[in-house]
Design a protein around this ligand. Structure first.
Ligand SMILES: Nc1ncnc2c1ncn2[C@@H]1O[C@H](COP(=O)(O)OP(=O)(O)OP(=O)(O)O)[C@@H](O)[C@H]1O
Ligand SMILES: [Mg+2]
Length: 137
């Protein structure tokens, strides 16, 4: 188990870099955490570290956003909070995204738990206090 402590918003770039250095070669990363825990915020910091210049926002109406990292590789950002059934995830071609080898960053993976690849990296985001978050993976 790896633990990364995020000491407030200003610490996000360092924490994102540390996460990328420790995550290994996995391409599907599932972020678990209560509502408002900081999933989108951390994914935004990760994307900045990866050189993404697109605006990173939770894909509220679309399930998936596509960005390009600094090397031009696609990065996919999913939010499954609002899906009602697994078929909605399958209909967007979920397995094609997961199998593409591109980095897939997933919010609310609980909603599609049975569709996650076996080698997905599962990351817990814990709220310690107003300023502090802990990442466990
Ligand atoms: N590391 C942090 N330190 C301090 N505040 C943070 C941190 N991460 C997130 N926040 C704050 O918490 C709030 C919610 O963050 P965010 O939207 O990222 O949560 P979320 O887990 O994506 O929520 P949702 O479940 O709605 O998708 C934001 O106001 C954000 O500024
Ligand atoms: Mg979010």
């Amino acid at each position: 188990m790896t633990e990364i402590i995020i000491n407030g918003i200003d610490d996000l770039p360092r924490a994102a870099r540390a996460f990328l250095d420790h995550k290994g070669p996995v391409n599907v990363v599932a972020f678990y955490g209560s509502m408002g825990a900081g999933k989108t915020t951390f994914i935004t910091a990760l994307c900045e570290e990866l050189g993404v210049r697109d605006v990173v926002n939770s894909p509220t109406f679309t399930i998936v956003n596509e960005y390009r990292d600094g090397a031009g590789h696609p990065v996919f950002h999913f939010d499954f909070y609002r899906i009602n059934r697994l078929s909605e995830a399958l209909d967007i071609g979920l397995f094609e995204y997961f199998d593409s080898g591109a980095l897939c960053l997933v919010e609310w993976p609980e909603m599609i738990e049975e569709l996650l690849p076996d080698d997905a990296l599962k990351v817990q985001i814990l709220v310690e206090d107003a300023e502090t978050r802990t990442l466990l993976f």
